[in-house]
Ligand binder design. Structure first.
Ligand SMILES: *Cc1c(COP(=O)(O)O)cnc(C)c1O
Length: 425
């Protein structure tokens, strides 16, 4: 499609956008009385208007029913988390028994490593990407030390090539084969948080299995952003937070996926608690643990229902719209943003460098852009003028126009503000 850098053209794209009406289902922060242009749905998604009602419903049931709400609330609390499995399973490409919600992301990855990282003297290495999200680095290093290994030996980082911004699949596959029988676990972010690069999860998972390792994915930047087929790819486990693209609210609960082949396996250990006990026997308070025959066996505590409520509100919207429609708009709005960036770049004779891969298979909602020659003042100018972006030193902005609520006109308007911010120097 031939794009144009004009307000009329952008408005016309909005008019043709089947998802345009959803913009009104979200609450936008305001700067100077005007709704912001929100590029940080990859960090904290906007609040769906329905979220408040879902929270209020739980508060009301609590007020009116007290503890009886566990069984007699309109959406009973004792199995509230089960409302997520089927809908989330569609988003990550899994069976509903393979998916559950619990805890928060890093906590879940630790718990999943209890099951899937059990190093031996010969097989103890973990392969991850260099400069992974810091929490993942700390988590992996502490797990390795917990098992008595030395992180500098046991953690193998896949590196980017000199002068390149992204990882090459062939380098990842090669590294997996090189570590071979020493590799216990491959654990990578499915979409790189810094560059937005989408990894070839299918091939990487297969390579990990070829050398006899488990393969898990941190899907923090992938869930609600890209098409996932965890079952088909035969991924062993995965976890994601829900507050980024999935708009569930700050610090909210994590989703996790555990391949069904491990659900009833006695040789897969896990840390257990009463919420993983067989549902119909949970309140018999028996001394012996009997696991639910699903990912729910990994549940430990009773669910944080007040936190899950806004997540459920958001998830129902995802279910209504479906990932294919979101992905279709995503690709178009990101391509338009890329076009706008190039147009503005020409006008201001700057030298923007988009470090996110150009190939559609390797990117999703996020564009990470090096603004050579610009500094923090530009970031401040954007913020002061109602453009919320994420700035990383030295001068990279990450722009993620979430297809659920960003408009094509936002992209045009952003270009104009960016231009003014640069020319003003
Ligand atoms: C956002 C993010 C996290 C955050 O972890 P929490 O436990 O939810 O604080 C972890 N890993 C990656 C890759 C992320 O992008």
């Amino acid at each position: 499609m031939q794009f144009q850098n004009s307000r009329e053209f952008a408005k016309d794209l909005d008019k043709k956008d089947k998802l345009a009406k959803y913009r009104n289902e979200f609450i936008f922060p305001k700067v100077n009385g005007k709704e912001v242009i929100y590029f940080v749905g990859n960090s904290l998604g906007l609040q769906p208007k329905k979220a408040q009602d879902y929270v209020n419903a739980v508060m009301k049931d609590w007020a009116e029913l007290g503890v009886e709400g566990h069984f007699y609330a309109e959406k009973p609390w004792w199995d509230y988390h089960e409302r997520f499995s089927e809908k989330l399973a569609k988003i990550v490409g899994a069976e509903s028994s393979e998916v559950t919600v619990m805890n928060t992301l890093t906590v879940n990855l630790h718990l999943l490593m209890v099951s899937f990282y059990r190093p031996t003297e010969k097989r103890y290495k973990i392969i991850c990407e260099e400069k992974a999200f810091p929490s993942d680095q700390y988590m992996i290093a502490s797990q390795v030390r917990f098992h008595g290994f030395d992180p500098s030996d046991a953690i193998v980082e896949i590196k980017k090539r000199e002068g390149e911004h992204n990882f090459r699949t062939e380098d990842i596959l090669e590294k997996i084969h090189e570590v071979g029988e020493e590799c216990a676990l491959v654990l990578i972010g499915g979409v790189n948080y810094y560059t937005g690069q989408v990894f070839d999860m299918e091939r990487i998972t297969r390579a990990g299995h070829d050398v006899g390792a488990f393969v898990g994915w941190d899907l923090a930047h992938a869930a609600g952003n890209i098409e996932l087929k965890l079952s088909e790819w035969d991924v062993d486990f995965a976890a994601w937070c829900s507050y980024k693209y999935m708009n569930s609210g700050p610090g909210n609960a994590s989703g996790c996926y555990i391949n069904k082949k491990y659900h009833n396996k006695k040789d897969i250990p896990r840390f257990e608690g009463w919420w993983g006990h067989k549902k119909e026997r949970r309140f018999l308070m028996e001394p012996e643990f009997q696991p639910e025959p699903s990912a729910n066996a990994w549940q430990i505590s009773n669910a944080p229902v007040l936190a899950l409520a806004p997540y459920l509100a958001s998830l129902e919207m995802f279910d209504e719209v479906g990932m294919p429609a979101l992905i279709e708009k995503r690709d178009k709005i990101v391509a338009y943003l890329e076009f706008i960036l190039h147009e503005i770049d020409k006008e201001v004779e700057s030298n923007f460098e988009i470090i996110t891969p150009q190939r559609q298979e390797e990117r999703a909602t996020q564009l990470s852009v090096f603004l050579h020659g610009e500094g923090r003042e530009l970031f401040k100018y954007l913020m002061d003028n109602g453009v919320i972006t994420d700035w990383r030193e030295p001068n990279v902005i990450r722009l993620a126009p979430a297809p659920f609520y960003c408009s094509f006109e936002d992209m045009y308007e952003f270009g104009q503000i960016l231009k003014r911010g640069i020319l003003k120097k």
